[in-house]
Design a protein. Structure first.
Length: 323
């Protein structure tokens, strides 16, 4: 199955790069090897012409990319419960629980959100990736929007690219921050570990901006609100680790379990039992992709994150009483 053609211009900053390198930076949702195969097959063209992956771009050329998904893992409907918060003929909004992978891939052939969506509505088989237009990491909970029609899919992809979909997260991080701020640091694939992203100030980085503000300070942790200006892979996780305040429970960027000195037994138990990154997509706002109505949704803090916050709050209060 082919997705709709994506047309865009090569950014000026990509001038001098190979075509496959430029595409990998422009379309990070696809691997460079897959993009190279599409270039060779003529599914990625430059100013309407087929060129080699090694062709050097000058910037400003028009790219036409037709993603070919025939070699993706076969999509099988599965009866997995969905927490749907809104649905009409063109879209649905749901809350993804922590632990649910968004779509099939290596190591996850089934049991994903994509499988669940196909069971929820068989017509989603006619929409690219069953309507999934953005992702949440497996162990991040929260709101997602799904396109149910091709017209909504096209519009939502464009809105995400134009940053017209507003996403707000809640996070618990290590350490106490005095005030909020902004992290403006380009992100790209880690030069050694292909599972990780990293701040890449030179070659390989794409602009990434995260705004954060303090909601509540605890004895050795902070509850933050994070708003994305861009939407790169692992953006919040990498940015907060970059400023020295990784997410609690983050297996890739958190550096392992850290127990504050003098932590109460309840907090020790809560921290040891929290086995995912403490990140929740709590708000989602955008204009309806078909009729333009403003839509805004909120998802309550999940039980595991709520219990962690309560344990941190109680530990902070206990420490204050003992002074």
């Amino acid at each position: 199955m082919n997705e709709p053609v994506r047309r865009t211009a090569i950014p000026p900053e990509e001038a001098g790069r190979r075509f496959d390198q430029a595409l990998a930076r422009m379309f990070p949702e696809f691997s460079r090897s897959r993009l190279s195969a599409w270039i060779r097959a003529g599914a990625a063209r430059l100013d309407g012409a087929a060129v080699a992956p090694r062709h050097v771009v000058r910037g400003g050329e028009t790219v036409e990319l037709t993603p070919r998904l025939e070699d993706e893992v076969a999509m099988v409907p599965q009866p997995i419960a969905l927490d749907v918060r809104y649905e009409d003929a063109d879209l649905l909004v749901l809350v993804k629980p922590a632990g649910l992978v968004v779509h099939p891939g290596a190591g996850n052939p089934a049991g994903t959100l994509q499988n669940a969506l196909l069971h929820h509505d068989a017509a989603l088989a006619q929409v690219p990736r069953a309507g999934i237009v953005h992702r949440l990491d497996k162990d991040t909970s929260g709101l997602m929007v799904v396109a149910k029609s091709l017209r909504a899919h096209t519009a939502l992809v464009a809105m995400l690219a134009a940053r017209d979909v507003h996403r707000q997260y809640e996070a618990v991080v290590l350490g106490t921050l005095v005030a909020g701020g902004t992290v403006d640091a380009p992100l790209g694939r880690h030069p050694v570990d292909r599972l990780r992203q990293a701040v890449r100030d030179g070659d390989g980085g794409r602009r990434a901006v995260t705004h954060y503000r303090v909601r509540e300070r605890f004895r050795a942790h902070t509850l933050l609100q994070c708003n994305l200006e861009t939407g790169r892979t692992h953006q919040i996780r990498v940015h907060l680790a970059h400023i020295g305040h990784p997410l609690v429970g983050d297996p890739l960027y958190g550096g392992g379990l850290r127990l504050p000195r003098g932590a109460s037994p309840a907090l020790v138990e809560a921290l040891k039992g929290f086995r995912r990154q403490a990140l929740h997509a709590e708000r989602l706002a955008f204009a309806h992709p078909v009729d333009g109505r403003p839509l805004e949704f909120a998802a309550e803090r999940p039980a595991d994150l709520a219990a962690l916050v309560e344990a941190l709050r109680a530990d902070t209060a206990l420490a204050a009483e003992s002074r």
